[in-house]
Design a protein around this ligand. Structure first.
Ligand code: SF4
Ligand code: SF4
Length: 190
């Protein structure tokens, strides 16, 4: 974080790096190869849909529910104060099918609702993340991926690229606060 005056929106600090970090997304879901941490409530909800998720799984995914999640751990960056990791199976998150599609998202699409409705928040946010109360870039995860954000001459930045994700997290009003702050921040940096 720089020493620039802090912006706090909906209780989250905003890392100003998100306004300038170059980013483009072109691969086929490599970010899902390591699984994700879901809030305990998201975990409960996903398990409650197990009978509808299992038929969407293919032969590269475990239909045994016991193989879907790790043990819960404490983490204050999650609403309930606890999170649960999804397991990795055959080199990818258990919910990713062989065609690179998340079946949790597929179920929402099948239900005719917002495609992100059932997905864990941190899946939606990536390449952004929330770490110790700060909305920031998940650069650790980006760096360990072979194809993520590796294209040369990126012309987009993460803030513009992830507009929908930021609105999902902070709402239209929160997003607008960030736009105003970004304009001011960039002006001061010039
Ligand atoms: S790994 Fe990066 S480039 Fe690939 S789908 Fe995920 S966000 Fe996009
Ligand atoms: S839950 Fe879905 S979006 Fe999230 S890591 Fe697993 S496959 Fe990817």
């Amino acid at each position: 974080m720089s020493d620039y005056p802090e912006l706090i929106v909906n209780g989250l600090k905003i890392d100003p790096k998100i306004f300038t970090f170059p980013f483009g997304c072109k691969c086929n879901g490599e970010c899902c190869y390591y699984g994700v941490y879901a809030d305990l409530k998201e975990y409960d909800h996903i398990l409650s849909m197990q009978n509808r998720l299992i038929p969407l799984m293919d032969e590269t995914q475990p239909k045994d529910v016991q193989k879907w999640f790790e043990e819960p751990i404490d983490d204050d960056d999650f609403d309930s104060g606890k999170c649960v990791g999804t397991e990795v199976y055959e080199g990818k998150c258990v919910f990713l099918n062989k065609n690179g599609l998340c079946i949790i998202q597929s179920l929402a699409i099948e239900d005719g609702i917002d495609a992100w409705k059932y997905k864990p928040l941190y899946c939606i946010l990536f390449p952004l993340t929330i770490y110790e109360g700060v909305l920031t870039i998940d650069d650790e995860h980006i760096d360990r991926l072979k194809h993520c954000n590796k294209a040369e001459q990126l012309t987009t930045n993460i803030f513009d690229y992830c507009k929908d994700e930021i609105i999902h997290l902070l709402g239209d009003e929160g997003y607008q606060k960030l736009v105003n702050f970004r304009d001011e921040y960039i002006l001061k940096c010039e």
